[in-house]
Design a protein around this ligand. Structure first.
Ligand code: 13P
Ligand code: SF4
Length: 349
């Protein structure tokens, strides 16, 4: 068995050997032991843009989760092979909407509201859901363009179905002035709507899905933090609940969180409501500020953490031996429709 240092040295060797044929994108939630080797890091939007812009790389070893690797495969040409170092790196939020449930819910909604609904999907969704959305004229969104995309959606149709994260949907709709009684939640298990007021007045149908990592941040955490020190700034990701976003000082994508803390004055204090690897990295990078997790019990994303140094090295060693392991290949028929949803987003710079 190799030590961590030996593994790191071997990764450096292999990266050098492969040169421009290999591209390694890394999401901000990845472990330090792999993100140190990323050719580019980003939030979900930037990672999608990087794939769309790829011309040189024949192999993309994606340090992130399954839906991100699928997105990379959809946005690159056939000559580019996308590899996910560990196939178990899924996303529990993306798994909360499957295509059969979505089609059943859609039929129900069409029955009540006819052709007045445009589907949008958070990029944290399966390729099949993106294809469904693409086929029905809709688009993907990320946490950094959700408002812009939702505003666009309402220029297309009177109503929107927002898959699969109810919190990003609700937080964005709220920001646009849509009232709680104009929102309903579709429960894909019970196949019913949850709503206050009149169903006919609903503008946005939220899907009953959530991110299990961001569900760990509560208003209680914010109160405890402020009781201990009123000078602390609270910054959270919009996958947190409405109540948490409301109580926080700032909310935004991982890119926004990073930039806000980068630009903050020395001596400022930041309680951060997002994934633990990112919080710890920010803490290490900002010795002149105080950066800590909003939840003292810490919140790792277990599936992001599946990508570790041994799996990562294994994919590179395999490539060096002429073997492509763990390739993520979206079926052509799905890819053709999913790309429409992604392009409607990427075209709206
Ligand atoms: P962003 O990096 O786009 O903010 O997404 C966060 C996330 O949960 C990715 O899984
Ligand atoms: Fe999915 Fe949440 Fe993990 Fe992001 S942090 S990959 S949304 S489970």
């Amino acid at each position: 068995t190799m030590s961590a240092t030996e593994m790191e040295e071997r990764v450096c060797e292999l990266k050098q050997k492969m040169g421009g044929e290999l591209f390694i994108p890394g999401h901000h939630y990845q472990k330090d032991e792999v993100i140190q080797f990323a050719d580019a890091t980003g939030d979900s939007l930037k990672l999608a843009q990087l794939s769309a812009d790829n011309t040189a790389a024949k192999f993309i070893v994606f340090c992130g989760v399954h839906f991100m690797a699928e997105t990379a495969d959809i946005l690159t040409t056939e000559d580019t092979k996308v590899i996910l170092p560990d196939m178990r790196a899924g996303c529990s939020l993306a798994d909360m909407a499957n295509i059969a449930q979505t089609e059943r819910g859609w039929i129900e909604m069409q029955g009540s509201f006819g052709d007045t609904i445009l589907p949008l999907t958070y990029i944290n969704s399966t390729a099949a859901i993106k294809a469904f959305v693409g086929k029905n004229g809709g688009a993907t969104v990320t946490s950094s363009n959700a408002r812009k995309m939702l505003e666009w959606a309402f220029t297309q149709k009177e109503r929107v179905l927002f898959l699969p994260d109810q919190h990003l949907g609700r937080n964005t709709a709220h920001e646009m002035g849509i009232k709680p009684e104009e929102m309903a939640v579709w429960d894909p298990i019970k196949e019913t709507f949850e709503y206050d007021g009149e169903l006919q007045n609903v503008k946005i149908f939220l899907w009953k899905g959530h991110c299990s990592v961001h569900a760990n941040f509560s208003v209680y955490n914010i109160e405890q933090t402020r009781n201990a020190d009123p000078a602390v700034n609270v910054i959270v990701h919009p996958e947190c609940s409405r109540e948490v976003v409301e109580a926080a000082d700032y909310a935004g994508s991982t890119k926004y969180i990073i930039e806000t803390i980068d630009q903050a004055a020395p001596g400022t204090k930041w309680a951060v409501g997002t994934e633990m690897n990112l919080v710890n990295r920010l803490k290490g990078q900002h010795k002149d500020k105080e950066v800590f997790s909003l939840n003292p019990h810490m919140c790792p994303c277990l599936t992001m953490n599946r990508i570790d140094l041994p799996h990562f090295l294994w994919t590179l060693e395999s490539l060096d031996q002429g073997k492509v392991v763990n390739q993520i290949q979206v079926e052509d028929s799905v890819s053709r429709e999913a790309v429409q949803a992604l392009n409607r987003m990427l075209d709206r710079k």
